[in-house]
Design a protein around this ligand. Sequence first.
Ligand code: CA
Length: 232
Amino acid sequence: MHKILIVEDEDAIRLGLVDILEMEGYQINEAVDGEEAIQIAQTWNPDLVLLDLMLPKLNGLEVCRHLRKKQPDIFILMLTAKTEDIDKLSGFKMGADDYMTKPFSTMVLLARIKSMLRRSSQAKSPSDDLFTFGDISIDFKKYEAKKADCDLELSAKEFQILKYFSDRIGEVVQRTDLLQSIWGYTVDNMPTTRTVDNQIAKLRQKIEEDLSHPAFIKSVRGVGYKFELGDN
Ligand code: CA
């Protein structure tokens, strides 16, 4: 069972997170300030720390820096209020593996956590270039795809999208994430998100058996998409 340390000084948020994550079957510990967070991390050795940025005693960035030095294997997911200084966000690059702004959706948070922990358990897997789901197998290195042992024609963009999904199975992917990562748009010159939907529709026609009930690329209403490995 994975261990998650929740560091948050606001009781309501912390207790809410404890409830949600315990229900998901994680082993939970909590800290209300930065010093306590470091103490518990040292003795309890969690797999992941949910770390609020603004904390009493030591702030989230200081805790992050400390953990990175002493316990580099711990995954750190930073939580920050939207109103907090944007300069501090750049500090996340100094150590946090990921961050989310409050208020966040529980669904997205759980997906991020799952995906981070999954990455940690298969870190440095030699099979990163290979991806299989249903009767489809993809070799990202060779740009080759097969469906039921027949060649499957995919465009470069489709390979990129599937690679992006393969690193984030079960995680909600926003259309704007795809526009930035696959198409290379920046926040200032975003085209309409129809671009993504059209591309996903084409990809679904190639990989899904039942277009009205996609098994792999699921739509998440109002947000984007989520890749699942199907039912088998
Ligand atoms: Ca706080």
